[in-house]
Design a protein around this ligand. Structure first.
Ligand SMILES: [Zn+2]
Length: 442
């Protein structure tokens, strides 16, 4: 059995079969850049990076796109509050976002479309929806006519009546139906563009569907995001795509669970937000990555300091074994070139089960144990195999243990230390040991 992933659209585990052979196109809804990100926002950054790595590991050529929403009410409000332009706000927080991406050990997406670069495409897209009767203009605003889509609610599994009673809370008298959503917003304040419907700016749901279609046409395999985006954002992307392209935009929809704080959503209004940049003052970003990478992606996850402590210890344990293995191989002048096949097969088996990362965690723990035994018993061939396997699996999970090979000078001191120890010359051994400790090598 190949890779099984849970498709949010069918609510089933499905075998992953990309639209084009050997190629995978994926699009993940990225940030609206008006603030620093919190640890909950970091979950998709880590999960989809692991997903990309894994797809590449099993032989696919992956194109990973993630957008930057650089026009939005929140950005406009932040710009007004700080007395800056929207562009200044957006570029400042975009940089902060990609600093966090790096800190968390994720690579940047291959494509980073910015909403403001696609405004003319969005305007003609909206025009086409109007021409085909899927959208209507009222006094400079344009709305999508939801009742034209027979299976509206297919992603979030809601029927129109339930959705309507929810939507009535915020009644917009301009709309034909409370569920209709905004494609073009007439705006008086902040950045705006001219259009046949008057000056304003596009709605968020339109931004993503237009960029998606522009980049991938009908070849989008995976559309991802956080669970909170399922409704209305993704539902509305699908509705627009059904209207003009008669498809569900992507073959597989994937959603990452929420991160909660004491049972509640992490949000600014609840004053329980833990920013990634603040957490980075107390721990290295790799600990955060491990916490997020080894949490099953669909589960909600509750923030707790104990979990971070657990992974801090785990990180140190893995780092010690990995480092000792590397130095041992260097001392013996051995370049590892063979994996432990059974471990690699197990890794694939677990990852293929919709990313059973908890089993992967146990597998890595066992490899680390085996590696320690191999080092202790001076089984060089086994040390090489286990070390290389550990190195590979950690690379796919994106866990960097920050260990480098010894340079010549360091290697000499390391050898001298081992020698002195073997000769029970403890005075000398201490001198070398201190030096190695100064270099943070042991
Ligand atoms: Zn989106």
């Amino acid at each position: 059995m190949g890779l099984m992933i849970y498709n949010s659209l069918s609510n089933k585990l499905e075998e992953f079969k990309p639209i084009q052979p050997n190629k995978v196109n994926m699009y993940v809804c990225g940030p609206t850049v008006y603030n620093y990100i919190h640890i909950g926002n970091a979950r998709p950054i880590v999960f989809y990076d692991v997903l990309r790595n894994y797809l590449e590991f099993i032989g696919y050529e992956v194109t990973y796109a993630s957008n930057v929403t650089d026009v939005d009410d929140k950005i406009i409000n932040q710009a007004l509050a700080e007395g800056k332009t929207e562009k200044e706000i957006a570029s400042f927080y975009e940089k902060a976002y990609f600093d966090a991406v790096k800190l968390l050990g994720s690579s940047e997406p291959d494509l980073i479309p910015h909403a403001t670069d696609y405004i003319p495409d969005m305007i003609s897209f909206i025009n086409e929806l109007i021409n085909k009767g899927y959208a209507y203009e009222v006094d400079g605003d344009v709305f999508f006519r939801v009742n034209k889509i027979a299976d509206y609610g297919c992603l979030s599994n809601q029927v129109s009546e339930d959705l309507e009673s929810g939507a009535r809370i915020s009644v917009n008298t301009k709309k034909e139906n409370p569920l209709d959503f905004s494609l073009w917003k007439k705006t008086e304040v902040g950045i705006k563009w001219d259009s046949p419907f008057g000056s304003g700016r596009p709605g968020w749901h339109t931004e993503c569907v237009v960029m998606n279609h522009k980049l991938f046409g009908d070849t989008l395999d995976i559309h991802g995001g956080g669970m909170d985006l399922k409704f209305p954002h993704h539902e509305n992307e699908i509705a627009q795509s059904e209207a003009l392209y008669h498809n569900h935009l992507a073959k597989y929809w994937m959603h990452v669970g929420r991160l909660e704080f004491e049972g509640q959503k992490m949000s600014k209004s609840l004053h329980n937000v833990i920013l990634v940049k603040d957490l980075a003052n107390t721990m290295n970003g790799m600990i955060m990555r491990m916490v997020l990478a080894f949490t099953p992606y669909r589960n909600n996850f509750s923030y707790s300091e104990q979990i971070f402590d657990f992974y801090k210890k785990t990180f140190e344990k893995w780092q010690r074994a990995y480092k000792q293995g590397l130095y041992e191989l260097q001392l013996q002048e051995l370049t590892p070139n063979e994996f432990c096949d059974t471990d690699i097969e197990k890794f694939k088996e677990y990852m293929n089960q919709d990313f059973n990362v908890q089993n992967v965690l146990m597998l890595i723990e066992n490899i680390v144990k085996d590696l320690n035994v191999a080092i202790r018993t001076k089984n060089l061939a086994e040390t090489a195999k286990k070390w290389l396997t550990l190195d590979k699996i950690l690379a796919v999970m994106g866990v960097n243990l920050f260990v480098e090979k010894l340079n010549e000078e360091q290697l000499e001191v390391y050898k001298a230390w081992l020698n002195a120890r073997a000769l029970k010359d403890f005075e000398k051994a201490d001198i070398y040991r201190n030096k190695l400790m100064d270099w943070k090598l042991i």
